[in-house]
Design a protein around this ligand. Structure first.
Ligand code: SAM
Length: 349
């Protein structure tokens, strides 16, 4: 039975079902990623086209509705929530949702509330994030060179992001830097980025670019298999596999020379779906059970059908029965079209 314990506004603790949601392949679904907006203040070339059409604002769930949806997932066994986007910190009044969800962390119903951000708004929000119960965040950064940063993000300001990182560390937030590995762009810069991250006490993760959504460029030109990057790094660093896990898809090594951790997210060269514990909610209330498949469930209708959560709970249960075994991304010259039409900004990273 679903034991949702009422509205969250006043920190009413939610008692999770004893059994977590289990998909048809026996995987427990304990991690919810929420794209709170599809809008972003950057236009990273591998992520979006420069002229994007975003959702009309009227189609978005309110932050109260997103809060109710997240709370329903917590009551059904979700232990970790990541806010993402688009850029989560550009959604108006986003700190309302962060504070509400932070109550679940404080009440022990959620192990972790975190977010993935491009860092542009961190200087403004770092202290409030920490006060709300956020302890670790991922900051996406693909280069340490301000001109290259401008070229890859099109609209981003490198110095603002650096100020954001400074502010976040000062506020006590642990940071993991995420870099998408891009051929002929940051391929030979990753070693310096690693030294920078580890020198500042940050973990770092490198990610393979995925064929999601039409962009203005050819993904074959951008794609860099991490097996190649790793082999290059091993000429300079001693990398030792470690069992460290953060609940996400990265596999970690320890870098002997820096004493820090480096994660590899390899959706292309090493499919990690067998251990997938995640589902992804968009800002319109659509639930994707896999980042790389089109099948989805409409939770908005169930959410709005009733003030109690019975329909919603049933719709979530039904969606979990449809969680697929995995994705099958391919990037090569014969596969010109993206594996899924939606951009990463719809479901978040
Ligand atoms: N705006 C936030 C940010 O920059 O982190 C959150 C959303 S962004 C879509 C999340 C992550 O997805 C970023 O690290 C970004 O670099 C990555 N990303 C975007 N498109 C990608 C793609 N096609 N393949 C791999 N990673 C991608």
């Amino acid at each position: 039975m679903n034991s949702f314990a009422g509205p969250v506004g006043g920190a009413a603790p939610i008692i999770a079902d004893k059994a977590p949601m289990i998909d048809p392949f026996g995987r427990a679904v304990t991690y919810l990623r929420v794209s709170v907006t599809d809008r972003c203040d950057f236009r990273c070339t591998y992520c979006m086209a420069e002229n994007m059409t975003f959702l009309p604002k009227k189609d978005l769930l309110t932050l109260e509705e997103l809060n109710r949806l997240c709370s329903a997932f917590i009551s059904k066994g979700v232990r970790k929530i990541r806010l993402t986007g688009g850029e989560p910190l550009v959604r108006k009044n986003i700190m309302f949702l962060v504070r509400e969800l932070g109550q679940h962390v404080k009440a022990g119903a959620l192990d972790e509330l975190t977010l993935t951000t491009n860092g542009s708004q961190l200087a403004k929000y770092a202290d409030e994030l920490y006060d709300s119960g956020v302890r670790r965040i991922n900051v996406s950064l693909d280069t340490l060179n301000p001109e290259k940063f401008k070229a890859i993000t099109r609209w981003g300001d490198y110095h603002k992001v650096m100020e954001g990182i400074d502010a976040a560390q000062k506020a006590g937030l642990k940071i993991k830097l995420n870099a998408v590995a891009l051929k002929d762009f940051n391929e030979f810069e990753i070693a310096d980025m690693l030294r920078f991250a580890h020198g500042r006490g940050m973990d770092m993760t490198v990610i393979e670019t995925m064929p999601m959504g039409e962009i203005d460029e050819d993904r074959t030109d951008q794609y860099l298999p991490l097996s190649k990057l790793r082999a290059d790094l091993e000429e300079q660093f001693t990398l030792t596999e470690i069992p460290y896990k953060t609940g996400g898809p990265a596999r970690y090594v320890e870098v002997q020379e820096t004493g820090g951790r480096l994660g590899f997210i390899t959706p292309m060269t090493h499919n990690f779906c067998e251990s997938c514990n995640r589902v992804r909610l968009t800002c319109t209330g659509t639930l994707y059970m896999c980042l790389g498949q089109n099948d989805a469930a409409d939770l908005r209708t169930a959410l709005r059908a009733s003030e109690n959560d019975d329909y919603l709970s049933a719709a979530i249960d039904e969606a979990i029965t449809r969680k697929p075994k995995g994705h099958d991304f391919i990037i090569d010259r014969t596969h010109k079209r993206p594996a899924v039409a939606r951009h990463m900004s719809v479901t978040g990273g």
